[in-house]
Design a protein around this ligand. Structure first.
Ligand code: ADP
Ligand code: ASP
Ligand code: MG
Length: 408
């Protein structure tokens, strides 16, 4: 095979200890032995980022996001240095690169920064000389000349952005499962591995809770046509290829099921039912940078008032309650009721565009299990419902069976 340029990304469990890091070095060496140019992107060792985040919160619950980044970016720095050492031990030329050294240029949204540009001249030159670039994932350099991080799971995005910038032939995401499954294989034993999934479906799955790839990494792969693959760092077998729609001949009606526990519901009871009410509620939330996801408004029953329910992330619940609580006089609702005990379950599939009855099958399967649906939302290729959190696993399993996705 001709010489290729490859970006390989290894997640937290894949670099969880020094033995795993040595195993990763051997895996990388296979590619350099084959004559390929390689850049590796690493995550922090499993659990390390959680610990770092916990420390920042223990010192102060509300803190300077720039210092949060200074702390949480360190996990990746350790693994990039260790992997460079492990490669050198195997006789493979390698060096570590922190975000600021390349630099991975981002905006200044500390804690959730977006990559703007990655200059690659120096990396390319060294890679062409046979040196492996071991890049600390998840981190960048802001316009304020400070370290930034890309949001949880952000090393995936570092890898895809680097692959796009380097015009790599492939971007391989090595993780602790051997590909993208019809649903989280840790919850549903009968989940099936997909050989291929479209960018669109993968994007919906990532957005709706499947954390196997960070959402932005999929967006970026789609935009820049990066050949993206998810595969196991523990086993040597084919993974899942993320592809354009026309590379899949026959679409399943439903290709995946996801759940997200990061949801909270707020109900405003008996708000006056008149023009401008929704704007008065959602305007201040938007001003406070609180994203609202699902919304339902009940039909008013003659009394001139209505109930309005919507969802936000769990992390935004307290702030959203405060924003609306402060405006009680103006909004004139009877009660403001929070509920963090909810989960969003979604079914996703390109085939939905041409098949009727997909949502109905979902509602029927849930009703057969006695699961009450609180809120529904749909788009062209997905249907989501909000249900009580204790039913999450039962719902995902039942839907997996109902749509015929169970592995034989
Ligand atoms: P890494 O540390 O390698 O980035 P993550 O924990 O971020 O790994 O992502 C891999 C995990 O994603 C798996 O262990 C699995 O539990 C979870 N996951 C959720 N949904 C899916 C899915 N549909 N297919 C595969 N994995 C999934
Ligand atoms: N270490 C970071 C996290 O745990 C980034 C990543 O693993 O992708 O979120
Ligand atoms: Mg991840």
């Amino acid at each position: 095979m001709s010489r290729q340029r490859i970006v390989m990304k290894f997640g937290g469990t894949s670099v969880a200890d020094t033995d795993r890091i040595k195993a990763v070095a051997l895996r990388v060496k296979r590619e350099t032995d084959a004559g390929h140019e390689v850049a590796v992107v690493v995550s922090a060792m499993a659990g390390v980022t959680n610990q770092l985040v916990a420390w920042t919160r223990a010192v102060a619950t509300l803190h300077d996001a720039r210092e949060y980044d200074a702390v949480v970016a360190t996990g990746e720095q350790v693994t990039s240095g260790l992997l460079a050492i492990a490669l050198q031990e195997l006789g493979v030329p390698a060096r570590s690169w922190f975000g600021w050294q390349i630099p991975v240029e981002t905006d200044d949204a500390h804690g959730k920064a977006r990559i703007r540009n990655i200059p690659t001249a120096e990396l390319s030159r060294r890679m062409a000389d046979g040196q492996v670039a071991v890049v600390a994932g998840f981190q960048g350099l802001g316009p304020d000349n400070r370290v930034t991080t890309l949001g949880r799971g952000g090393s995936d995005t570092s890898a895809v952005a680097l692959a796009a910038a380097l015009k790599a032939d492939r971007c391989d995401i090595f993780t602790d499962v051997d590909g993208v499954y019809t649903t989280d294989p840790r919850i549903v034993a009968k989940a099936r591995k997909l050989d291929k999934i479209t960018y669109e479906e993968m994007l919906e799955m990532a957005s709706l809770g499947a954390k196997v790839l960070q959402i932005r990494s999929v967006e970026m792969a789609m935009k820049h046509h990066v050949r993206l693959q998810v595969l196991s760092s523990f086993e040597d077998k084919p993974g899942t290829l993320v592809v354009d729609e026309d590379e899949i001949v026959e679409h399943e009606v439903v290709s995946g099921i996801t759940y997200s526990r990061d949801e909270a519901k707020i109900t405003l009871q008996r708000v006056p039912d008149r023009p401008g009410v929704a704007a008065a509620i959602f305007g201040p939330l938007a001003d406070a940078s609180i994203n609202v996801d699902m919304i339902v408004q009940n039909v008013s029953e003659g009394g001139g008032t209505t109930d309005l329910t919507f969802t936000v992330t769990k992390g935004d619940l307290d702030r959203a309650m405060k924003v609306l609580g402060d405006r009680r006089g103006e909004l004139n609702y009877k009660a403001l009721v929070p509920d963090a005990n909810v989960v969003k379950v979604s079914v996703i599939g390109m085939g939905m565009r041409s098949h009727a009855g997909v949502a109905q099958r979902m509602f029927k399967a849930l009703s057969e299990k006695g699961i009450n649906i609180q809120v529904i939302s749909t788009s062209e290729i997905k249907v989501s419902v909000l249900i009580a959190e204790e039913y999450a696993e039962l719902a995902v399993r039942s839907l997996h069976t109902a749509y015929g996705l169970d592995a034989a």
